[in-house]
Design a protein around this ligand. Structure first.
Ligand SMILES: Cc1cc2nc3c(=O)[nH]c(=O)nc-3n(C[C@H](O)[C@H](O)[C@H](O)COP(=O)(O)O)c2cc1C
Length: 319
């Protein structure tokens, strides 16, 4: 069986260069452990969760897999610092960070051997973080689900690759082996996928959300909240319509922020797919079924290996 291996696999001590993106209220220990067991890197999403919850999740994941997994920390969380302490105490090998610059925590994390991988959506931040000594970067394009930047994956990834000399992981809009093969051609050492793993069998989100993703078409996601400075990509529903209406009327950012409070949990845990925030990326339209995480990981690496092995047929010599 042909598979794909890159330097990222050595860095993270994983079999395949596939990371399951940390997703608040979505990627719990069960999903993260399943992806790690399959040979990728599973990541527990923590969002605004408490440090105690995170510790329980880490211990649960450890009881489900002996392989490496990571924790994602949203730096805007009031508990960010305490969660990073849990990461160090529980000897979690990898941390990915969202929403900002983990610079002030880097010294302690690196001293205790934790690999630090921030998510970036711009070249400037990528350059700054690479200089500060992080181990790798996730370059996330605006096709992704959840919080988004302004640049698409195709233009962002090669620019970040050219700007830094550490491994770059492509994210945003990657669904299958075609996406992994393309990401490698753009210079990435691996991929991070979020939306596809929402429909993994081991993902604990409400079945109504999985159903909504499976039914989604190519134009069913929308970015709301640009006027707040924190835009998010979600599946269209009554909540996204309210958001769009308020933004059209020029509502102040505080009013919009208030509308969003607790809405991600309402969707993912309680299954409120009308008034909950159903964060998902543009590849939602490509998800057709619920599958075990192992099947997803193997399908992606085997398809990419097949495509890349046969790609030389396009290369012809001309005198
Ligand atoms: C429901 C959902 C929640 C997310 N939550 C987080 C998060 O808490 N922290 C983070 O860094 N990224 C978060 N992301 C982004 C993912 O980790 C990942 O980078 C992204 O989904 C990749 O793009 P894709 O959805 O096109 O595969 C989230 C994405 C989704 C779909």
């Amino acid at each position: 069986m042909a598979i794909i291996r890159t330097k990222l696999c050595d860095l993270l001590e994983i079999e395949y260069p596939i990371i399951q993106g940390g997703m608040a209220w979505v990627s719990t220990a069960e999903l993260a452990a399943a992806v790690s067991e399959a040979g990728g890197l599973g990541i527990i999403g923590t969002g605004h969760a408490t440090p105690d919850w995170v510790r329980e999740q880490v211990r649960l994941a450890r009881s489900l897999t002996g392989k490496p997994f990571g924790v994602n920390v949203m730096l805007r969380s009031p508990y960010a610092e305490e969660i990073l302490r849990v990461v160090v105490e529980e000897r979690v090998p990898v941390v990915t960070t969202g929403a900002g610059n983990p610079g002030k925590y880097l010294g302690e994390l690196k001293a205790t051997g934790v690999k630090v991988i921030p998510v970036v959506a711009s070249v400037a931040l990528a350059r700054r973080l690479a200089r500060s000594g992080v181990d790798a970067l996730v370059a996330e394009g605006m096709e992704s689900g959840g919080h988004v930047g302004e640049i698409g994956t195709f233009p962002l990834v090669p620019q970040v690759v050219d700007a830094v000399d550490i491994p770059v992981i492509a994210a945003g809009g990657i669904f299958d082996g075609r996406g992994l093969a393309a990401a490698l051609m753009l210079g990435a050492q691996g991929v991070q996928m979020g939306t596809r793993f929402m429909c993994a069998a081991e993902c604990t989100i409400h079945p109504r959300v999985k159903e909504m993703i499976i039914k989604a078409g190519d134009r069913d996601t929308v970015v709301t909240g640009r006027s707040t400075g924190h835009p998010v990509r979600v599946l269209r529903n009554k909540l996204s319509q309210q958001f769009e209406e308020l933004e059209r009327r020029g509502a102040p950012p505080e009013e919009l922020e208030k509308l969003g409070v607790g809405r991600l949990r309402a969707a993912m845990v309680d299954g409120d797919v009308e008034y909950g925030s159903v964060m998902a990326g543009q590849v939602a339209a490509m998800v057709k079924k619920v599958q075990p995480a192992r099947e997803i990981v193997l399908e992606v690496v085997q398809e990419a290996a097949r495509l890349l092995a046969s790609a030389s047929r396009w290369v012809v010599s001309r005198e």
